[in-house]
Structure formats: structure tokens, C-alpha cells
Design a protein around this ligand. Structure first.
Ligand code: 6PG
Length: 222
């Protein structure tokens, strides 16, 4: 499989610890963190806000998103809203915040990502269908292999609602560390596909300088 597997009881606690560790090991002055969406992500950010309150200097943190749903920023399905509620409003500071906005199209964000060079941490999740960020099975952005870092996308199966904007695999590969958090039995078969490098499973194609999978026992099938 693509990266290191760590099976844990407490995925969000482990996530928080790894982000704190990466913050202290950052090579630059600031720390760039790309956020995810979904319920696992929410739990991870609430935990990071609690455990990282005193351990991270949030004024040094640049916050990005790995994907976004094409809804207004205050919509309940907005990943920006999730990141603000679960993390940013709780820690009360950041050096800079860069929400992804569908209305702008992918190019301005791609330019920004190009300027960052490397993300210190890209946080990702795994959908039951094997998607990660907003890279869905059989979707057009999977093959944005012309060096695009950010693309518009949608789920051709219609299971995941809303148009999307997302980092491509090349965008994700800008991560020094990709942390993929996976919780729950409903992720077991998708995670099995990751483990056997199933080419039809988008998450099996995640690449970064280092990829770490934080997976609970239910999803790991233990
Ligand atoms: C999104 C996500 C997506 C998510 C997974 C897991 O915007 O939907 O970025 O890739 O991380 O679907 O989500 P759950 O933790 O809710 O299962």
C-alpha cells in the first residue's frame, strides 16, 4: 500500500499528536496545513483545537483546504465552515486562511498552491467508495495529469452531492506529510482496496513525501 499504516483506537488523538509533532519539526517559519471535510475530519479538528491549543503557535499557521463543496461558505455542507467551527474559531488565530472557492474556479488556488511550494501537512479522509479529497471513482479530475494542482470535479455516481473543487493527486503530492484518517466499519472495504493498491480506488493513488494512514480497528478489519 501507499504509505505507513498505523492502527489506533483513538484516530483523532493520534491525528492531533502528529500535527503537533509536524508543527515543531517544520522546516520554515510558518506551517501550512490543508484541511479536509467529513465527520472524521470534524472530530480530528476538535481534538487538534483542544490538544494543540497550548502546543501550537497558531499565529504561525497557514490554513488551506484540500477540497470544497460548491456551496456558500456558511452552508452546513461547506468544508470551510467545518474548519472554522471545529478548529479556527476554537484556537482563535492563524497566520493566514485560504478557503477554496468554486466561484473563482481552480486557477487562483492553483497559483497559491504553486507559491506555497510544499504543504507541511495535507489532511485527507477516505470515503466508503474509495474517494479521497473530492477525487471520486471514475471522475474527470482523477486524470488531470497535465500537472494541474487544483481542478473542478463531481461524483459521476451522484452519491456525493454538490460540484466540487479539489486538489489533484499532483496537488496532494505537494505535501511533506499526508495524514489520512479512517474510522468505522463502513470504510473497511474501501480500506482493503487501498491495501491491495486497487487502481480503481482513488485513495490508493495518494502520494506525498510521506503518507501515514491512521486507521481504527473497525476500518482495518481487526
Ligand atoms: C469531503 C471530504 C472527503 C471526506 C471523506 C470521509 O469534502 O467530503 O474531503 O474526502 O474526507 O468522504 O468523510 P467522513 O469522515 O465523513 O466519512
Amino acid at each position: 500500500m501507499n504509505g505507513e499504516l498505523i492502527v489506533v483506537d483513538d484516530v483523532s488523538g493520534e491525528f492531533a499528536e502528529r500535527v503537533i509533532e509536524a508543527f515543531h519539526a517544520r522546516p520554515g517559519e510558518t506551517f501550512s496545513l490543508a484541511l479536509s471535510g467529513g465527520d472524521t475530519a470534524r472530530r480530528c479538528y476538535e481534538r487538534l483545537a483542544a490538544d494543540g491549543a497550548a502546543q501550537i503557535d497558531w499565529w504561525q499557521v497557514d490554513v488551506y483546504w484540500g477540497d470544497e463543496r460548491c456551496v456558500p461558505p456558511d452552508h452546513q455542507d461547506s468544508n470551510e465552515r467545518l474548519g472554522r467551527e471545529a478548529l479556527l474559531e476554537r484556537v482563535g488565530a492563524a497566520n493566514a486562511v485560504y478557503p477554496m472557492r468554486c466561484d473563482d474556479g481552480p486557477d487562483p488556488y492553483q497559483l497559491r498552491v504553486g507559491e506555497v511550494g510544499r504543504f507541511d501537512v495535507v489532511h485527507l479522509g477516505l470515503g466508503p467508495d474509495g474517494h479521497t479529497a473530492s477525487l471520486f471513482p471514475g471522475s474527470p479530475a482523477l486524470d488531470a495529469d497535465d500537472g494541474r494542482l487544483v481542478a473542478m470535479n463531481r461524483d459521476p455516481s451522484g452519491r456525493n452531492p454538490h460540484e466540487r473543487i479539489t486538489l489533484t493527486f499532483s496537488g496532494i503530492a505537494r505535501g511533506r506529510l499526508a495524514l489520512v484518517t479512517v474510522e468505522g466499519e463502513e470504510k473497511r472495504s474501501a480500506f482493503e482496496a487501498v491495501r491491495r493498491d486497487d487502481p480503481a480506488c482513488p485513495a490508493a493513488r495518494i502520494r506525498a513525501e510521506r503518507v501515514v494512514w491512521l486507521v481504527d480497528r473497525a476500518a482495518a478489519g481487526e
